[in-house]
Design a protein around this ligand. Structure first.
Ligand SMILES: Nc1ncnc2c1ncn2[C@@H]1O[C@H](COP(=O)(O)OP(=O)(O)OP(=O)(O)O)[C@@H](O)[C@H]1O
Ligand SMILES: [Mg+2]
Length: 211
């Protein structure tokens, strides 16, 4: 399955989720390709760090931008069990290309108004892509959610009103385990001491996407 983790908004946790999902799939036995569609190259940099720390990353990572995402991913699709594409917050050329070849789009969104506004832009891109990629699924995920307050409920309601996006019933909280694990070149699944809540939330998200 080809999964794109994307949003036109930056800093919402795209790379964090892309690498955690790629590693989780690899740990579960899949042959995984991680495509870094962001010129910043954060997924590739993470993979280099991971390779330094662990000896080998456990998946293949490549950097592709713009139209090359479409042509190369099509070419590579049959060679991997799972492809995860991380597309950065600015380059809509890369996002548009990814949306033409992906089966599912995962859109991390923080429960904040600016982030919610960007969801309308994402919904528009999805709508355009569906003219060619008719079965494209678009799943919104509340990420970096605070456990206190009404923000989460309000964000869930707001996204549910946007046509063309499906809001995942599971949410990922603001958990220090994600940056901590990333700094060590690991997923939260591999980090010790283990943050049971982070692990549980990530696995619930993966089940929701892949089942
Ligand atoms: N669930 C989470 N809990 C706590 N911190 C998180 C969580 N998800 C992401 N972060 C942190 O938020 C910051 C932004 O995450 P990340 O770099 O993955 O976002 P991005 O959408 O890829 O950003 P960019 O648009 O710059 O590519 C990072 O410091 C990351 O560690
Ligand atoms: Mg990123």
């Amino acid at each position: 399955m080809i999964l794109t983790v994307g949003n036109t908004k930056g800093g919402v946790g795209k790379t964090t989720l892309a690498v955690n999902i790629a590693i989780a799939r690899a740990l579960a036995g899949s042959d995984v390709l991680l495509v870094d569609g962001d010129e910043q190259g954060t997924s590739v940099a993470f993979t280099e760090l991971r390779t330094e720390k662990l000896g080998e990353p456990g998946y293949t990572a490549v950097s592709l931008q713009g139209g090359a995402i479409r042509t190369q991913v099509r070419q590579l699709a049959s060679k991997y069990d799972d492809i995860v594409i991380d597309v950065g917050g600015r380059d809509t050329g890369s996002i548009r290309a990814a949306l033409l070849v992906t089966h599912k789009l995962l859109v991390p969104v923080q429960p904040r108004s600016f982030d919610l506004w960007a969801m309308y832009q994402v919904a528009e891109l999805v709508k355009e892509a569906r003219e060619l990629n008719t079965d494209l699924a678009a799943l919104a995920l509340l990420n970096i959610a605070d456990s206190q307050g009404r923000d989460n409920e309000e964000a869930l309601e707001a996204v549910r009103e946007i046509e063309g996006l499906q809001m995942l019933g599971v949410t990922i909280g603001r958990r220090k385990a994600f940056p901590n694990a990333a700094a060590a070149g690991r997923s939260v699944l591999e980090q010790s001491p283990k943050d049971a809540k982070a692990v549980e939330e990530l696995q619930a998200v993966i089940r929701a996407i892949y089942n």
